[in-house]
Design a protein around this ligand. Structure first.
Ligand code: ADP
Ligand code: MG
Length: 392
């Protein structure tokens, strides 16, 4: 990575404005998925070892520039405190006298969490005065909020106008792995799924030229099947994307070194959504819906993946939220986990959740914490929150 990190700057004893992405959900006071909190711990520990005072800042949800009681950061601070084994003080403001007073009382290694920064409309407007106010409590800006790096908001990019800004360790790891996909060691495979072609066509356009294998599953594969004249019953498809699917298939056919795989068999649900069975793609009865890739397709994808050196996956291969339509997604997650020597990278919010559910997240080289941010990077877009980091 050509950006500076916390290893390249002196933070000893300094007040650090640490932008994190703790945009997490709670159900009745219990955190649903604390991956983003856990992934931020190494950066916090490293800063603490240097004797820094850590002023953490995050948004949560979409409060739309006003205070929403359910979106306060206090429960996040409590959970973070449990993970760190020390209390994390939650403030009820992110700028102003309450923050100044709290920061003045901090000791080395202390962590405080500012209030939800999106309670101020100035955050999303990237208001310079608001950014200056956020920055005023600190001497250094460490950005670890990869999940928000595609947003040019005040606490992500604006603060960098007033403080030197470097990447935290999570940000560094995210950028490193996504760069290894954008410049892959071949053979390189792209696995794409999810609901729509329109969400993924940008990734295809950016990475197909470097790919040796493209596996298409999920709802988006239906559009590819339909483009081949196959009757997909009542399955989800995008008629206005058939041309895109045809173009991808035509381009792949022209290249000897690229194999494009689409499902040959599928798991379908009857019109009532009650019964599921597996059929060849040519045998989808009217009114039935394709909700997963079939056994043979799983086998074929898995076999083709064995020789790959780099694999990136975005988009579940079926309606994985409901059994038995999670089979394809889970089997491919396992296949990735047991590839002998490949670098494996998973991007996208739902795909990351699916890999966690398959229980193999720790056997994947990198599961991105950034849904939208990782997708934009895979599309070749420069993220504002990355661009703003100091160059090495
Ligand atoms: P990510 O968040 O990882 O980028 P997407 O948002 O693109 O993934 O897609 C996830 C959604 O796609 C899931 O909610 C999943 O149920 C849905 N999906 C995948 N395959 C199908 C299918 N065959 N029919 C309907 N929905 C599907
Ligand atoms: Mg999604």
């Amino acid at each position: 990575m050509d950006k500076r990190t916390i290893r390249d700057i002196d933070v000893s004893g300094k007040r650090v404005f640490l932008r994190v992405d703790y945009n997490v959900q709670f159900d009745d006071g219990t955190i649903l998925d604390d991956m983003r909190l856990r992934e931020s711990i190494p950066t916090i520990r490293a800063l603490q070892e240097c004797g820094a005072k850590i002023i953490a800042c995050s948004h949560r949800g979409r409060p739309g520039g006003k205070v929403v009681e359910e979106l306060r950061n206090a429960p996040v601070a409590e959970h973070l405190g449990r993970l760190l084994g020390q209390p994390v003080r939650a403030l009820r403001a992110c700028v102003g006298p309450e923050v100044d007073a709290a920061v003045a009382e901090m000791h080395s290694g202390d962590v405080i969490l500012l209030e939800n920064v999106r309670f101020h409309a100035e955050e999303e407007d990237n208001d310079p005065e608001f950014a200056r106010a956020l920055a005023s409590c600190a001497e250094v800006f460490v950005c670890d909020a990869f999940g928000t790096a595609h947003r040019a908001h005040a606490s992500v990019v604006g603060v960098a106008n007033y403080l030197p800004v470097v990447a935290g360790l999570l940000m560094e790891r995210e950028i490193d792995y996504l760069e290894r996909v954008i410049h892959p060691v071949r053979p390189f495979a792209l696995i794409l799924g999810g609901a729509k072609v329109s969400d993924k066509i940008g990734i295809l356009e950016n990475l197909a030229a470097k790919a040796d294998l493209i596996c298409v599953g999920g709802g988006m594969a239906n559009t590819f099947l339909k483009a081949q004249g196959i009757d997909i019953g009542a399955s989800l498809a995008e008629n206005d994307r058939i041309e895109d699917a045809l173009r991808v298939m035509r381009q792949a056919a022209l290249r000897d070194d690229l194999r494009l795989m689409i499902p040959t068999d599928v798991v379908i649900a009857d019109p009532g959504g009650e019964r599921a069975n597996t059929v060849s793609v040519n045998r989808v009865p009217p009114g039935f819906r394709i909700l997963d890739i079939g056994r043979q397709t799983i086998e074929d994808f898995r076999d083709a993946l064995q020789t790959m050196n780099t694999v990136v996956w975005n988009g579940p291969l079926g309606f994985f939220e409901r059994e038995p339509f999670d089979r394809g997604t889970i089997e491919i997650a396992r296949a990735l986990a047991f590839l002998p020597h490949a670098i494996t990278v998973v991007g996208g919010g739902e795909t990351a959740a699916a890999v966690q559910r398959a229980g193999v997240a720790d056997r994947i080289s990198h599961v991105s914490t950034g849904g939208g941010a990782s997708l934009e990077m895979l599309q070749g877009i420069t993220l504002p929150g990355v661009a703003v980091l100091l160059d090495r």
